[in-house]
Design a protein. Sequence first.
Length: 276
Amino acid sequence: VFFFLTRIDEKRKSKTTHMVLLEIIKEEGLLAPYRGWFPVISSLCCSNFVYFYTFNSLKAVWVKGQHSTTGKDLVVGFVAGVVNVLLTTPLWVVNTRLKLQGAKFRNEDIVPTNYSGIIDAFHQIIRDEGILALWNGTFPSLLLVFNPAIQFMFYECLKRQLLKKRMKLSSLDVFLIGAIAKAIATTVTYPMQTIQSILRFGRHRLNPENRTLGSLRNVLYLLHQRVRRFGIVGLYKGLEAKLLQTVLTAALMFLVYEKLTAATFMVMGLKSTRKH
């Protein structure tokens, strides 16, 4: 919750992650940082399933027992990301709004929401804003497919390099290269993630017309406004919080992914034929 607030509520005076976190707890209680945990877990499960399934299916069809390359990993990761965005963006739009519902914003241009749950959020968004509002932020999200693509590219590259020196990767190896790959991908794409969050939340109004934010036509506007108010550093506001969250999550995800893959081959009585 707190890194979403640092992105969306531009008028918060606290600059650092721990200060924003303490501010939220003081104003809204100890459980406030965990607001919207169920939609987050649901969205993550669906999103990771779609991405991993698409990535491995496309890679299996394209590589067909040959040696994989960094370029192929990047292309496959990009296509898998596009499929993931188009299918799961509505979940992330609802997820973002539920996480920030009840937050005490400093910015008076933000319109509060009142949803009773995931289904009610879908219903109200479609009723009040139209069904296309569920795909708010799709344009920056499509640009952000480079995030998992870059992540997988670096992961597979580091993995191949390590496998040249040893027969098998340890759990620590997988954890570390997963963390490094995600840290690189997050830092490179973070400015667009900030714009994506603002558009998904969709409850700002543009002054002086007092219009609700759209999507594609406002990406450049939002980037320009953020740089004008805060400088280039403003594009990276909340980065440390995002790194703390995503790097650990990605490292654990890759660790579980490798263990499950190995277990699947073992149960099937097959020897892994994946080429690294």
